[in-house]
Structures are given as C-alpha cells and as structure tokens.
Design a protein around this ligand. Structure first.
Ligand code: GUN
Length: 291
C-alpha cells in the first residue's frame, strides 16, 4: 500500500509555478493576480482562503482578499463581482462558498466572468470541460486527476466509482475520469443509490466525495483498489491547536491495508485543490484559454 502524498506533489508543482512566474516577470510580463471574496466568518472558509492567499505568495502571485460581513446584500456582492470582472489588474478571482442563505449562490457563480472564473464553476467552463474543450477546470477534480497522473496510476478501462454528485466534485470528477486520456468506466453513486456497497466492492478506483465522515469501510473495498478521499468534515478535537480536526469520508485505518494507493486526510486531495487553483490562476495570467 502506498500513501499518495498530495502535500509533496503540490509543493513540487508550486515550485514549478514560481519558477515560471519569475521568468514571466523577468521578461517584463505581469505577475498573475488572484482575488478572493470571503463572506462572513465560517471557520472552514476562513482556513481555506488563508491557505489560498499563502499559496499565492509561494507561487509569486499577487493576491487580494476582499472581506464582507455575513449581512452583505446580494446586490453589493454582485456589484463587487462586476468591478472585479472589469479590473484588468486582476487575472482571476473566486467567491468562497458557501454563502449566507439570503444570497443566491448560482446567481453569484454566473456573475463571475467565465474568463476570470479560476474556480471553474461558471456554466460555460463546466460545459466546456464536459465536452473536452480548453477551460478552467474546477480545482478539486483537477487536483484528483493530477494526483493520479503524478503517481502513474492506471485508469484506462478501470472501473471508477464516484461517491457523491455535487456540482463542485462528484459531477465534474466523473466527467474527467471518463474522458479520453483517463478512459475509466465511471459509476456515480449518491444518497438514493441501491446496492452501494456491492457497487463499491467491484471498483478499481473509489473517489469518495460525500462529506460523510468514515463512510467507506473495509467491507466496501476490494483488495488492491485505489482510494481517493475528498472528505474534509471538521470535527471538534482536543488534539489540535485549532480545536478542530479534518475527517475524511474513508475509515482510513481499516481501509488502507487493503489498498494499492490511498490519499490521507489531511495531506491528500486538499493541498492539490489549492495547487490546482494556482495552476488556473497562472493560466488566467497567461490568457491561456480566453483572451
Ligand atoms: N467551497 C468549497 N470548495 C470550494 C472551492 O473550490 N472554491 C470555492 N470558491 N469555494 C469552495
């Protein structure tokens, strides 16, 4: 069994990005600039955005954090998004989700110009991804694919079970895994799926993205399977300084001995998600997909 070290892979990729940014800047080019909008004080969102800002510094990017209290109006937020769409100094930006209930998340996602949508959430980017056109691919699915490629894990003809059908992870990762180049045979399971355990037991690769701590147990995993754990549920803990611990969707201790490869939580998919956002921001700075 090999543990997939997302932290190390992400560090390596960020080093390569920093070298490319130095070259761009030395040649008189513009330093890529990512902006992030954070609404409210949700603990998880605060942590993720702080990691994103830190990763920007590691990559040599400029970053701007724009904060609002949770009572910000939808109109105020949409006005800021329009301002960022028009601001040429900003190459890409994200609005950290989830948003307070009084704000229509889909409206916000669609207000971001698809040309600056480094989260890859805009329907134009989602649509282009699903038909294999160049675009911003959302960070977690992209990070998962990069990890599988980095470890040269065979996906061609393999049976891949995706647990969860969210717009952010389940649906896009299923789409990427079935595309030419990845060539997996994909089954998507969700809360209404029958025989879920049996389906999992036949899988060569399981991508668990349910947000249900320790859902995947040893009896659901066939010997030699590849396990990708996308779960990041925050649970109270006395073991950490923050008072929280991240729990994955996989019961790691009992599942790991059965696997050929497994991603840990933390240190697996999480760092790669942020790294993919950096790859997208570099692409935005280079106007790689859209002029
Ligand atoms: N909330 C959970 N994951 C993400 C993400 O990838 N991007 C944004 N903007 N919000 C999130």
């Amino acid at each position: 069994m090999q543990i997939i070290d997302g932290k190390a892979v992400a560090a390596e990729i960020k080093k390569q990005i920093a070298a490319e940014v130095a070259e761009i800047v030395n040649a008189g080019g513009k330093r890529p600039h990512l902006a992030a909008i954070l609404v409210g004080h949700d603990g998880g969102s605060e942590t993720y955005v702080a990691h994103k800002v830190k990763a920007c510094a590691e990559c040599g990017f400029e970053s701007t954090l724009i904060r609002y209290e949770s009572d910000v109006t939808e109109a105020e937020l949409l006005a800021k998004i329009e301002e960022l769409n028009q601001n040429d100094s900003i190459d890409g930006f994200i609005v950290q989700l989830p948003l307070p209930k009084h704000i229509n998340e889909q409206k916000v996602i669609e207000a971001v110009s698809y040309k600056k949508d480094v989260d890859g959430f805009h329907p134009i980017n989602v649509g282009r991804m699903s038909i294999g056109l160049p675009c911003f691919v959302s960070a977690t699915p992209k990070g998962i694919v990069e990890l599988l490629k980095f470890y040269k894990i065979e996906t061609l003809g393999k049976s891949c079970v995706v647990l969860g059908r969210s717009n952010i992870v389940g649906k896009p990762v299923a789409s990427l895994m079935m595309q030419k180049g990845m060539d997996a045979t994909v089954t998507v399971c969700h809360s209404r799926t029958k025989n879920l355990k049996e389906i999992c037991r036949n899988a060569d690769i399981i991508i668990a993205a349910l947000g249900s701590p320790e859902f995947v147990t040893a009896d659901m995993v066939k010997d030699g399977a590849v396990i990708v754990d996308v779960g990041t549920t925050r649970v109270p803990s006395t073991e950490t300084k923050s008072g929280f611990k991240l729990k994955g969707d996989v019961k790691f201790d009992e599942v790991a001995p059965k696997c050929s490869y497994i991603t840990p939580v933390p240190g697996g998919v999480g760092p790669m998600t942020i790294c993919s956002l950096m790859i997208n921001t570099l692409a935005a700075g280079k106007k790689l997909y859209y002029k």
